[in-house]
Write a protein that binds this ligand. Structure first.
Ligand SMILES: Nc1ncnc2c1ncn2[C@@H]1O[C@H](COP(=O)(O)OP(=O)(O)OP(=O)(O)O)[C@@H](O)[C@H]1O
Length: 372
């Protein structure tokens, strides 16, 4: 089985050096995601020959970032247009049976026929098997692409997720709660080529951990075969410390602890950013002023890809990604009691922070780590 893969349009627009690098990463990701016997690249397209025992390849390829679309194809050599017509008849006569169809032809190279000739002649050859031709609204589209002395036949085009290949953008630390939003934020960074390293503060024991792992397994399917690393910190130890400070400040303080731990982890792992699932004004800890106080003094860029999304949009994406069904099982953690103030004061938070003296390195040393 041969698949023709069309990389995201964005890749073709890069400078030759970046393009080569992006295509190289994409090829490696494809090799790590499906069982490939042979892979080659020509004229901006990637071709793979799959080992026959790879089942579910359509679902797998449709989750590799950097791919715009793909088609299972049959490649043949030809001497003249009659060869092409005969081959098309063999391949497609069953497929157009009882259906209204259209032939779409493309041609690259020099030949003594045009793509219109191919459309006309292949159309005429298939017509007797079909229910008729309709170029505007066909039930089946038959594609014939002539490239120099080869011809490609296909009738299916599957969508890829577009974006850029995972790995081209370096690593980001994702503050990963297990709720609906942070898995979506992780997916969006992966879509732009980042490798996520997950940092979770466990606030709900084994149930919390189980949900986090289930979600990571779903995200793994989108990772282009990259290993995903996760760190699970004992969040309960932090909650105990927070009981010393004013109730209304606790949520923002907890977030500061998470950001600061993420900063340490970024240094340790060579990541260049921190990613969160925050969306402006979604809850009281995500007001603009609270985001300002939360990230004050953090020296890494903080990516919040969901900042302008409303909850419904985020939920729709979570369903598409596949994490929603696990996220909704996460219980609300009310252990840090009362809601955050909508407007915490930076000076107050900084002086309270001194009181609680947290050893961030120790939090990481004691974290449970695993790789998926
Ligand atoms: N226990 C946690 N461990 C790691 N990061 C967390 C944790 N809780 C929250 N975060 C980070 O802070 C962001 C905002 O969390 P918050 O609980 O305020 O909002 P949320 O809308 O419920 O987010 P989510 O749906 O991701 O849980 C999360 O998206 C995540 O990036």
């Amino acid at each position: 089985m041969i698949i023709m893969i069309r990389p995201s349009g964005e890749i073709a627009l890069k400078s030759p050096r970046s393009r080569k690098n992006f295509e190289h990463t994409l090829i490696n990701n494809i090799k790590s995601s499906v069982n490939v016997k042979r892979i080659w690249k020509t004229q901006g397209l990637i071709f793979i020959e799959l080992n026959n025992n790879d089942t579910g390849y359509i679902e797998k390829i449709s989750k590799i970032f950097g791919i715009a679309s793909f088609s299972p194809i049959i490649i043949e050599k030809f001497n003249n247009i009659e060869d092409i017509v005969n081959q098309a008849k063999n391949i497609f006569s069953e497929i157009v049976k009882g259906k209204v169809f259209a032939v779409r032809a493309k041609r690259i190279g020099s030949h003594n026929f045009t793509s219109l000739d191919i459309q006309r002649e292949v159309g005429a050859a298939l017509y007797p098997y079909s229910k008729g031709v309709n170029l505007d609204n066909p039930e089946v589209e038959v594609f014939v692409e002539v490239r120099q002395n080869f011809v490609y036949f296909y009738h299916e085009i599957y969508k890829g997720p577009k974006g850029l290949p995972v790995g081209i953008a370096g690593k980001t630390i994702v503050l990963f709660s297990g709720g609906i939003d942070s898995p979506v934020a992780s997916w969006m960074l992966m879509k732009r080529g980042a490798i996520p390293i997950f940092l979770n503060f466990n606030l709900g024991g084994d149930i919390h951990k189980k949900i986090v792992i289930e979600e990571l397994n779903v995200l793994k399917e989108w990772s282009g075969g990259h290993k995903l690393r996760a760190f699970i910190v004992k969040g309960i130890d932090v909650l105990l410390k927070l009981s010393q400070i004013a109730k209304g400040d606790r949520v923002v303080m907890l977030k500061r602890v998470m950001y600061k731990t993420a900063e340490r982890l970024a240094k340790k792992t060579g990541a260049n950013s921190i990613t969160t699932g925050e969306s402006l004004s979604q809850v009281s800890s995500q007001t603009m002023v609270n985001l300002f106080v939360t990230e004050y003094g953090i020296n890494y860029p903080i990516f919040r890809p969901l900042i302008g999304f409303d909850k419904e949009e985020i939920m729709d994406l979570a369903k598409k990604i596949g994490t929603y069904q696990y996220s909704i099982k996460l219980p609300e953690y009310c252990a840090i009691s009362t809601k955050a103030k909508t407007s915490t004061k930076l000076e107050e938070i900084l002086s309270e922070e001194e009181k609680i003296s947290i050893d961030y390195d120790k939090l990481l040393e004691n974290a449970e780590t695993f790789e998926i």
